[in-house]
Design a protein around this ligand. Sequence first.
Ligand code: UGA
Length: 425
Amino acid sequence: MARIGVVGAGYVGLTTAACFARLGHDVVCADVEPAKVESLSRAEVGAHEPGLPELVEEGVRGKRLRFVLGNDEALSGVDFVFLCVPTPTGADGAADLAAVHAVLREARGAVRPGCAVVLKSTVPPGTAERVAGLLGRDDVGVVSNPEFLREGHAVDDFLRPQRVVVGASAGGEDAARRVVGLYEGTGAPAVVTDSTSAELVKYASNCFLAMKLSYVNSLAELCERVGGDISDVTEGMSLDDRIGTAFLEPGPGWGGSCFPKDTKALLSAAEEARVDFPLLRATIGTNGHQARRVVDLARAAIGPLRGARLGLLGLTFKAGTDDLRDSPALAVAALLAEEGARLVGYDPCVRRDCGPVRVLGSAEEVARGADGLLVLTEWPEFAELDWPALADSVHRRVIVDTRNLLPLDKVVEAGFHLVNLGRRA
Ligand code: UGA
């Protein structure tokens, strides 16, 4: 059993803390927000993350998991410190490391000899080496251990990961070996490398997935123009196991708190290293064009948008989360509002109005009197709606389904004109 300090109780830090407690370790998790620390100490988890409330409750009750205000306890008296603080996009597209640096300044005088300082926050290549210098402690190993947690699956991804990646900065080799040991219970293969390579694995993975999605979104546009069905195209591609089946669904663009930030940060790191990376630029550029493309499809199907009442189904950046950060649905909404559309929306995980979108309590309310419906998030329940009943309550029977989620036959049978991505309208 190890003593572990986790700095930052966001979804990565909280998942890390609760899962290490589940694996039998003694964990103290620090945050700077008093309200958050108080509610977590009562085992109340605000975020929508399946399985996490139960794990936090189990850890707190079993006294293997504690939440504290301020970082002191999570830095001193532990064998491992995991940094799980945000690294948002800075002014120039690069990752802003202010929070990481602030914790390291505190850690300098606080951590015990022999402690491993582990960077779980997503940081640009070379950061662990640089901060090892900043920390200035020869008796402490600095290790990179990126996370690969998907929102909505974070607990499962932590406890049953496909891989564990651990990178040692110079002199941190022993600390890295000990970090690998913490994951023994998960049975996952470990890639043990230098810290810069480990940092790159994280960016390279997210950017590769984003690139796959931008590729599919462009293919979908091509299908619409030349005639072709993107589902059949991707099915045909995916039977080649070098391509695989995952991340081939077209959509209104990729969003969330990771892909937009990480693609920009890797591009910025490449530029700084004077490496031209046109693939990454195109990946980002293609995504920037998706919301506009959805609005063009809506206008083509519905007609002029000024004054139209449009019902948006789904607002979060993907299904299974309540996260609205960098949500493509909201990017589409902003453009629709710019064209003068009146917007109402429904999302199973959103209760408050979002910018120009008045949020209602059900899909049925959103449909009432609508001049058009847009499916923007792939919540499975949207596929189960009563289409004949909705057909009677809308003003005009037009749907733009950007997730290709709805059952085509039922929706068309109910009298709707259905527009999908990657299929001729
Ligand atoms: C992503 C990665 O999948 C995780 O492995 C990583 O750990 C995490 O970022 C992170 O860096 O912390 P997440 O942001 O939760 O996880 O979201 P994803 O499930 O990857 O979805 C990203 C975006 O792609 C969403 O907007 C989603 O709707 C979109 N998407 C995904 C599609 O449009 N089509 C698909 O087929 C799959």
